[in-house]
Design a protein around this ligand. Structure first.
Ligand SMILES: [Fe+2]
Length: 351
């Protein structure tokens, strides 16, 4: 028995309806962000940031492969012309000229208000940058985190299962994002499912210029819609290791593979997304718990709770000796809690 659609729909709704906002950044902030993009590139593909092998990609999304279960695809097969760079990580801003964008009073206010929480801290900031390119249509969730189970110490598939199970809601790390777009080309909208995966999706429509949303993307399905006109989306020669960089002499953007230009975009053809993320604490007690780790989940606690729940649901499950690495057990978990795609870089499954 798996969890029901109603269970899923209940768990996969943001804490509050997404808020659409205009004039997210000032023109001056936007110009400084673009300055960093131009000066500090070239920038790698989104997949290159996160994976060196297809095995890693599969393990992130669906758990580890069984031995001998070789990948049928290479990372080049699933490369898309979408590029990413980090502007801040671990609450640390990488570029002094962007500190007002990252330690952003307006965003902190928006995030606190969205959650009705007393405290917030910015955690990371990244951009996605592209022109017309092929991309999948799969909606996804961003990675959810729990006190004690974080991206730094746990595989994403485990956090996904915990999120889907609904058994660990008391330990969820409250997060909110402010995401903004600048794009004047065709398509390239943002679609999201504020009423759960079975509800009506909404689309953030054009004009996507300095327009954004306040969201909780780790529990709300969403996707970036394909960018550009369909006939402009081919990028012959695109590889996992391709990069995008600014060519000052031509004032355009070039995708290169091993230093060779394979595609150029005019500035007005490019789409910029800036993603700012914060953690929230309802009150001082919750902040203290997070700081002193007195209420962290441990992997023993997690697997005990999951196994008890599976048994309750009538799933036949043997006590695994090494649950974190037992492929059969992990597959059984995934089947019970019907893991769904979590990342932007998942290839579209064969129909
Ligand atoms: Fe996402």
């Amino acid at each position: 028995m798996t969890i029901t659609n109603e269970d899923l729909a209940k768990a996969l709704r943001p804490v509050a309806p997404p808020r659409v906002i205009e004039d997210v950044y000032t023109d001056d902030q936007h110009e400084r962000i673009m300055g960093v993009l131009k000066r500090q590139g070239p920038w790698p593909t989104i997949t290159a940031h996160h994976f060196d092998t297809v095995e890693e990609l599969v393990a992130t999304t669906s758990g580890p492969m069984r031995e001998g279960e070789g990948p049928k695809l290479t990372l080049d097969d699933i490369a898309t012309g979408h590029f990413r760079g980090y502007l801040a990580k671990g609450s640390t801003c990488f570029y002094p000229e962007l500190e007002d964008c990252f330690y952003n009073e307006k965003f902190l206010d928006l995030a606190r208000d969205y959650w009705g929480a007393a405290y917030a801290k910015p955690t990371h900031m990244l951009f996605n940058f592209c022109g017309a390119h092929h991309s999948g249509l799969n909606p996804h969730l961003d990675a959810v985190q729990f006190r004690g189970i974080r991206l730094e110490n746990s595989p994403v598939w485990l956090a996904n299962i915990m999120g889907k199970s609904g058994l660990f809601q008391d330990h969820i790390v409250k997060m909110a994002q402010v995401i903004a777009w600048w794009y004047r080309g065709e398509n390239g909208t943002f679609t999201y499912w504020p009423d759960g995966p079975f509800g009506q999706p909404k689309v953030l429509e054009h004009p996507l210029w300095d327009k954004g949303v306040v969201v909780q993307n780790e529990v709300m399905f969403h996707r970036g819609d394909p960018v550009g006109r369909p006939e402009d989306r081919d990028i012959p020669g695109l590889k996992h290791r391709s990069m995008i960089g600014y060519e000052a002499d031509r004032d355009n953007w070039a995708i290169t593979t091993d230093g060779e230009v394979i595609r150029r975009y005019q500035p007005e053809e490019t789409r910029l997304l800036v993603h700012w993320s914060a953690e929230l604490y309802s009150d001082m007690e919750e902040l203290e718990k997070s700081l002193d780790h007195s209420d962290d989940l441990t992997s023993d606690m997690i697997f005990d709770r999951l196994i008890a729940d599976m048994k309750n649901r009538g799933v036949k499950v043997d006590q695994p000796s090494d649950p974190m690495h037992d492929s059969d057990f992990i597959r059984s978990l995934i089947a019970t809690y019907t893991i769904a795609p979590t990342t932007d870089w998942i290839p579209k499954p064969a129909a």
